[in-house]
Design a protein around this ligand. Structure first.
Ligand code: ATP
Ligand code: MG
Length: 146
């Protein structure tokens, strides 16, 4: 059976840590490895940080929405904002591409998300905002020590 969790919070930097831990806590029922859990947390952190600093330009009035679904050993995470949107998604996903070099961003968020998940999908429009969705298999990968 599917298990779904919804979370929404203001676009405040301090909420990034909370969101990351909340999704990780939800995922623990799949009994993930420490490495997989760390990778999941990093992917959530990158997507939420993007929603806050790019989507809402750090305006705390913006709301970030997360839906996490656990089904058949896999977690599906959707991070959505109703912010400014991404002009060119393919360009945004290029390693080292950033529109905020003045904030010392590395332009590596999407590359990291792609590397740490099994599927990444980005939808965006300049009028409605951005939806970042990723999936990660967490169950059934544990190495047994005998
Ligand atoms: N939610 C979003 N809303 C609007 N623009 C976004 C969003 N997420 C990403 N972008 C755009 O995509 C670019 C690339 O994002 P990415 O996370 O790869 O790099 P970054 O955030 O600039 O740097 P880093 O993640 O390394 O700190 C951003 O610079 C921004 O222009
Ligand atoms: Mg980023």
């Amino acid at each position: 059976m599917q298990n779904v969790m919804n979370l929404s919070f203001n676009a405040l930097g301090e909420n990034e840590g909370f969101a990351r831990v909340a999704v990780a806590a939800f995922a623990t029922k799949l009994n993930p490895t420490m490495d997989d859990l760390a990778e999941l947390k990093t992917a959530v952190s990158e997507a939420v940080t993007n929603a806050i600093i790019h989507g809402y330009d750090s305006n705390p009035g913006g709301i970030v929405y997360i839906t996490a679904t656990i089904d058949d050993g896999e977690i599906d995470v959707i991070v959505r904002d109703e912010g400014r949107g991404i002009h060119n998604i393919e360009e945004a996903k290029e390693p080292l591409f950033t529109t905020k070099p003045e904030m010392e961003r590395a332009g590596m968020g999407f590359t990291i998300m792609e590397h740490f998940t099994d599927m990444l999908d980005v939808e965006s429009s300049m009028s409605t905002g951005t939806i970042v969705r990723f999936k990660k298999r967490l169950a059934g990968k544990r190495v047994r020590c005998v």
